[in-house]
Design a protein around this ligand. Structure first.
Ligand code: PML
Length: 230
């Protein structure tokens, strides 16, 4: 199996990215899809596009995709409260999403205090080496939701993770989600105003989390997220 990744920039600013793990014979089709995605993006014209292929030696770690809750009856604040994430932690998490830094990955914070726990600076912790397999009869409506569900499933796989909040940094996409292993992937609309590149991912965790093991799992372990009909 091979890991295939794409990232596209304009003037050093991230425009779009994509990744999967596939068999050798599928690589050309994947490269074409990723190339098209990178070059035709609403965030802007691309002046740098990187395509990377790496052989994967370790077996894929299987994960059951979180269920998607389309019309959540809960507000973000209520979801956080239900998951033991304090208002202080949510406010600090929101601060990272709406600050001037465009983190490439997620910021990990204490669910109790909101204190940042990872040491990845402005880079953030990127979830990498994953793929998605769909065994459900009803397909997902977009590859954006597929990618977001895959990442959320990887992020929430450790018991000490209380929840993840994601706001898209795409200019015209204002839907985000709150995800947890306990309650699934809750889509939340209008999380930000249209026309801004604000956005990001915040992972709220219990401070007992072994952060180095968790980051190694997110970044190095090859992961396969499998979706079944519910
Ligand atoms: C992104 O691709 O920019 C993140 C998407 C988050 C929300 C996806 C959804 O609509 O459920």
């Amino acid at each position: 199996m091979y890991s295939v990744k794409m990232r596209a920039h304009q003037d050093g600013v991230h425009i779009s990215g994509a990744e999967t793990i596939c068999e050798a014979q599928t690589i050309p089709a994947v490269l074409q899809t990723f190339f098209d995605k990178g070059f035709q993006h609403e965030n802007g014209a691309v002046d740098f596009l990187n395509l990377k292929i790496e052989k994967i030696a370790d077996p894929l770690y299987p994960l059951e995709a979180l269920p998607i809750i389309e019309n959540t009856p809960h507000t973000l604040e209520a979801l956080c409260e239900m998951h033991g994430i304090t208002k202080e932690a949510l406010d600090k998490g929101m601060g990272y999403i709406f600050d001037d830094t465009q983190y490439r990955g997620a910021v990990i914070v204490s669910a109790q205090t909101g204190k940042r726990l990872d040491r990845s600076g402005t880079k953030g912790v990127r979830v990498t080496h994953f793929c998605f397999e769909d065994h459900a009869h009803t397909p997902l409506v977009s590859t954006r939701i597929q990618d977001a569900l895959t990442i959320a499933t990887c992020i929430t796989a450790f018991a000490q993770v209380k929840g993840e909040l994601c706001v898209s940094d795409d200019l015209y996409y204002t839907t985000g989600y709150f995800a947890s292993a306990q309650c699934g992937y809750h889509r939340i609309h209008h999380l930000k105003p249209v026309g801004t590149r604000d956005g990001g991912r915040v992972i709220f965790v219990d401070e007992t989390l072994q952060i180095d093991d968790y980051i190694a799992f997110l970044q190095q372990q090859p992961k396969q997220v499998i979706r079944h009909e519910r």
